[in-house]
Design a protein. Structure first.
Length: 403
């Protein structure tokens, strides 16, 4: 075992965890680089039988998670992300491809290692807390029934260390049903960590929490994962969770990974229209390439005017393309600045969202409406409904997508 722990003397206090941090500083000492395993998924295939026909759900999914990385599968319902996670966990038998952890083959489509022998921990969407057990009994139960069952004193030690890690050690003898939703989520996490897995799997574990607690828990979960150095595979349909927590994100659609990248690259450099539209708010406008230069920029025609934008290689003159840009990348002016990509517009909606203001505009050509856009900015400086303004789309904020 490469992960070592230091145990703090337990107290009988039932004092609730500090509101400053749901998960405090860990007393778990992790040897640098030894906390997580390397997961390789290569050509994963999974189908189900429906009315005598094979229905493919996962189609040749391939990705690698390096030790200590937080990796997310992001996509809409039915895209295959949870099925992929369940195949990694061993809860589903794959129909093809290969899954391995630290070089140990877990699945080949014909061979299948049982879940209890995969050295993984898993947190489910509904937490799967046993209501008839105490907090401690929930945490220790997997250690008592696992194939390599530990001596009773060692099982107790590990369970209490895991509860301490998520600041539930003071609640060890409390009925699990007496915990709040956030505490139950932390109990599920402690149970998954108690046997010190090489890989942590998380299937939308925050979706049942209220918005404020969800934001707090995603920050604390990421902090905990980093402090332990454990490898994590996270499944979510919430792009804000994936972008804020992950080292790498794979966007899935129709059973396939359509783009894998860092959160920042995914957001600002989407590979296609689906990724651009799914990951955050985005504007998409149709355009035609009119010219190219040696710096990789293109002169395009959109909304009846000429605009400059970076353009990928292989896109030629006369080609129909889509220009995408994020609402927060748009600037507005009362007087048209002497810069490229400035469009006259009329504000038709202003929505105050607290930290930002979102406004919808109609793009004008003379008095004719030729399109509409959405922009976002600081609430201290926003246009008013009905006003005529000038929108600036900075070239660096734009991206060209081809068909």
């Amino acid at each position: 075992m490469t992960t070592s722990y230091q145990q703090r003397p337990q107290t009988a206090s039932s004092k609730a965890p500090s509101t400053r941090s749901v998960i405090g500083e860990s007393k778990m000492a992790v040897n640098a680089g030894d906390g997580g395993g390397r997961l390789v998924v290569d050509g994963l295939e999974k189908h189900y039988e429906l009315d005598g026909a094979e229905v493919p759900v996962v189609k040749g999914v391939t990705f690698t998670i390096e030790p200590g990385m937080f990796y997310s599968l992001l996509g809409p319902s039915g895209c295959g992300k949870t099925t992929t996670l369940r195949c990694v966990a061993g809860l589903e038998n794959s129909n093809g491809g290969r899954i391995s952890l630290d070089g140990k083959v877990l699945s080949t489509g014909t061979e299948h290692v049982s879940p209890d022998k995969r050295d993984i921990g898993m947190v489910f969407q509904n937490y799967a807390i046993w209501p008839h057990m105490s907090v401690f009994d929930n945490a220790v139960f997997p250690l008592r029934v696992s194939a390599g069952k530990l001596p009773k004193h060692e099982a107790r030690k590990r369970a209490m260390e895991a509860l301490e890690l998520v600041q539930l050690d003071g609640f060890a003898h409390r009925p699990a049903t007496a915990l709040s939703g956030g505490q139950q989520q932390r109990l599920a996490l402690a149970r998954a960590l108690a046997h010190r897995p090489r890989l942590l799997l998380l299937d939308e574990p925050l979706s049942n929490l209220d918005a404020k607690l969800r934001d707090t828990m995603r920050n604390e979960l990421r902090r905990l994962q980093q402090s332990l150095g454990i490898t994590a595979l996270y499944v979510t349909h919430d792009q804000s969770e994936a972008l804020s927590m992950s080292d790498r994100v794979a966007v899935m659609n129709g059973g396939r990974i359509v783009q894998e990248a860092s959160p920042r690259e995914l957001y600002f450099q989407p590979a296609d229209r689906f990724v651009a539209d799914f990951v955050g708010r985005v504007n998409m406008i149709s355009a035609v390439v009119r010219d190219r230069d040696e710096n990789g920029d293109a002169l395009v025609e959109a909304f009846g005017t000429r605009m400059i934008t970076p353009c990928p290689r292989g896109v030629g003159k006369g080609e129909d393309v889509t220009i995408t840009f994020r609402p927060e990348g748009v600037r507005w002016h009362e007087v048209a600045p002497d810069r490229p990509n400035v469009l006259p517009a009329r504000v038709v909606r202003v929505e105050f969202l607290g930290e930002i203001v979102e406004y919808e505009v109609e793009v004008l050509s003379g008095q004719t409406v030729v399109g509409s856009l959405v922009a976002r900015g600081a609430p201290q400086n926003s246009p008013s409904t009905g006003s005529t303004i000038h929108l600036e789309l900075p070239p660096h904020a734009c991206r060209v997508l081809t068909a």
